[in-house]
Design a protein around this ligand. Structure first.
Ligand code: MSP
Length: 693
């Protein structure tokens, strides 16, 4: 009987734009869902993939308040959430992520479901009220016992706590402790990896407190009201965790596609293990609902071996990476470079090295050779039997990948990639051994041998591309099409018949040139400037023409006049936000000395500055507002009040990132310093607090 595999990601807080951490779990879920679909082709098994946004609670209310939104203005908060949810949806689309449902906790059906569960919990006697006094952390949104504090501070975030006395509703979590312990002991794969399972077991062997599941509206207005006391809202985690059930048949009985409850796999990051492995199962037990089959906690991406944080400014944007190197290469790197469960470090250098070695050398090279040499046969390759090591290599890779899902305790997708790569390495070795380029120049018998070699290489590549399709659906579609196939028509076994009809395509993964020598820094003759802003060369620039980037949906290729001898080419991610007419002729602000970078094949000489909007714009596009130097002409220098300009010849993006720009009263500021040209202020029609980048 066929069945549906139900996999989820965490739902993300709408207080931040998507970063590499969000992207990782979501890509992991997408790749896994696609593998399950690939291997489920024969059995008819299907997969349901849920992701979404977590829109209530203190974090979101606070983030909105920073944008000037009143916590009691539900309509404004909703609009704020709409804007962020749209950003997550857009990002997932850009990264080729095909979820089945995007759930938002502010949806009416979810709110109704959460209220219903509170009613049930109360009717069953698992909810009680208590006057509670304790140390409350707004960062973690929870109380801590005196003994839990570290140096009088929140032990998790290290931030200050406040003493609060209030009445609240509690869930009798402690009543389920023994049952949960027994369940984890009896089901060794319920929590994975093993070391995380042991952590939870250790936690549960200590006394377990009941869970405070309400927040008084006087303190937090933005949440799901409790059905039995409208002066309170649900603790955000109860609301959030239930999303997984809302999306299933148990919560959406009218949705014909909804999967059965329980879920098969909750993918999460290690920091949210307790909420998923302790709070959630005990709540489910109290509601008489079955527990999910598996909770899998992955590690964290460190950036250059340091913790990613907004304060240090080392946050990696998945969309910037995608614009620069393509969505497929980024997906490949994230899956290849992190062993599921462990932490991993992201550096752009490693990413580029992986593109050049695994993708350009191994995956792309074999195809280029087959396509080129195949021209000898009018780009058609007929099957002829041969003694080759390739069928065995391909079979091993296929079986290895099936095993990742059937015999390991949890799916380790880095292994599926490694397995698939053995095929491409095998093809390269086969070519080295057979030297087809020599055969091409030889006798008729050599030509026959050449066709045999090429057919076998093409067959191995076909299987390799099919096995990598879940990781890089876009590029692998292109590769299979060049062999005359589609992912759907490419079987997962070695064939001993068939013709390949080849179509030439440009290299799948062009090598990325890595220039070691940085542009010499001429700068000014004076000593190093003290403020990091001084080295930036910001200038007024006139947009002369606007064309679509041929390779990247989100990018325009602009010609701009920045007062140089010649106009410059700038690639800008403005395509979703402005029509060419809206941009042509406008004066904007250009970071003119940014090291040129190739964006999907086109070299960009600088970057235009724009401010984030918050609400959703017309037709769902998140608005962006160009920074505008009022009254300025092309080339006019932009400076920050009181900082002398001393631009370097060239800067790295990290140097620009050291100077966060923000909108205040409609004017772009660096800290407290307003930006202007000699002709007037630099403005942006964005709300206060909007970031400019
Ligand atoms: N809203 C809650 C989840 C509720 S699920 C019912 C939440 N949201 S979050 O947006 O803050 O974080 C979501 C996920 O991002 C977590 O799984 C977290 O582990 C992950 N990551 C945040 N930074 C990360 C890295 N640097 N690396 C990998 N994942 C990281 O928590």
């Amino acid at each position: 009987m066929s069945r549906t595999f139900y996999v989820t990601t965490p739902i993300y807080y709408v207080n931040d734009v998507p970063h590499i951490g969000h992207a990782y779990t979501t890509i992991l879920a997408d790749v896994l869902a696609r593998y399950r679909r690939l291997f489920g082709r024969e059995s008819g098994d299907t997969t349901y993939f849920l992701t979404g946004t977590d829109e209530h609670g203190q974090k979101v209310q606070q983030a909105a308040a920073k944008r000037g939104i009143d916590p009691n203005d539900a309509a404004a908060l909703r609009a704020y959430c709409d804007g962020y949810a749209a950003r997550f949806q857009e990002a997932w689309k850009d990264l080729n992520i095909g979820y089945d449902r995007f759930i938002r906790t502010t949806e009416a059906d979810h709110i109704a479901f959460v209220r219903e569960q509170f009613r049930k919990l109360q009717a069953k006697g698992f909810i009680y009220t208590q006057e509670y006094a304790g140390w409350y952390s707004t960062t973690e949104e929870r109380f801590f016992g005196e003994d839990e504090l570290v140096d009088g501070k929140d032990p998790i975030s290290g931030r200050a706590v406040e003493w609060i006395t209030e009445k609240n509703y509690f869930f009798k979590m402690s009543a389920f402790k023994d049952r949960l312990l027994a369940h984890i002991e009896a089901n060794p794969t319920f929590i994975q990896p093993d070391f995380r399972r042991n952590e939870v077991l250790g936690f549960l062997r200590q006394p377990l407190n009941d869970l405070c599941v309400s927040r008084p509206k006087s303190r937090l207005a933005w949440g799901v009201s409790l059905p039995f006391d409208e002066d309170y809202v649900s603790y955000v985690w109860v609301d959030a965790l239930l999303n997984y059930v809302t999306a299933s048949k148990a919560g959406s009985p009218g949705d014909p596609n909804a999967p059965e409850w329980p879920a098969d796999l909750h993918l999460i990051g290690k920091d949210i293990l307790t909420t998923h492995a302790v709070y959630f199962p005990t709540i489910l037990m109290a509601l008489d609902l079955p527990l999910p089959k598996q909770i899998l906690a992955h590690g964290w991406w460190l950036i250059d071996n340091a913790r990613m944080s907004k304060t240090t400014g080392n946050v990696v944007s998945p969309l910037a990476m995608k614009d620069k190197y393509g969505a497929d290469a980024f997906r490949f790197f994230l899956i290849r470079a992190m062993a599921v469960g462990q932490d991993a470090s992201f550096t752009e250098d490693d990413f580029v090295k992986t593109i050049n070695s695994d993708l350009a050398n191994d995956v792309g090279n074999g195809l280029s050779r087959v396509l080129k040499l195949g021209e000898t046969f009018g780009s058609k390759l007929e099957y002829r039997p041969a003694d080759s090591v390739l069928p065995g290599t391909a079979r091993l890779a296929i079986e290895g990948n099936k095993d990742v899902f059937s015999s390991l305790k949890f799916p380790r997708l880095e292994k599926t990639v490694e397995n698939a790569l053995t095929i491409f390495k095998g093809v390269n070795q086969y070519f080295e051994a057979k030297a087809p380029w020599k055969l091409a120049k030889g006798s008729d018998a050599d030509k026959e041998e050449l066709e045999t070699v090429l057919w076998h290489a093409a067959e191995a590549l076909r299987i390799g591309f099919t096995l990598l399709h879940p990781v890089m659906p876009g590029k692998m579609d292109e590769a299979l099409a060049a062999l005359g196939l589609t992912a759907e028509t490419s079987p997962l076994e070695w064939r001993t018949s068939g013709t390949f009809s080849l179509t030439s395509i440009p290299p799948l993964f062009p090598r990325i040139e890595t220039k070691k020598a940085e542009g010499a820094s001429t700068g000014s003759a004076t000593s190093a400037p003290s403020d990091p802003f001084a080295v930036l060369d910001l200038r007024a620039a006139k947009i002369l023409s606007v064309d679509n980037h041929p390779e990247a949906e989100a990018l325009y290729v602009l010609k701009v006049d920045a007062g140089d001898a010649e106009s410059r080419t700038v690639c800008a991610g403005l395509r979703r936000h402005f029509s060419p007419e809206e941009l042509t002729g406008r004066i904007a602000v250009l970071v003119a000395n940014l090291k040129p970078a190739k964006l999907r094949g086109i070299e960009s000489h600088g970057m235009l500055l724009a401010a984030d909007g918050i609400a959703v714009g017309v037709d769902g596009r998140p608005p962006l507002h160009l920074a505008t130097p009022e009254g300025a002409a092309a080339g006019d220098p932009v400076s920050a009040a009181g900082i002398e300009r001393a631009p370097k010849a060239q800067i790295k993006i990290q140097e620009f990132d050291k100077c966060p720009l923000v909108v205040k009263n409609g004017q772009v500021h660096y800290g407290e310093k307003a930006l202007s040209t000699p002709k007037g202020p630099v403005t942006a029609q964005a709300p206060d607090g909007a970031g400019v980048h």
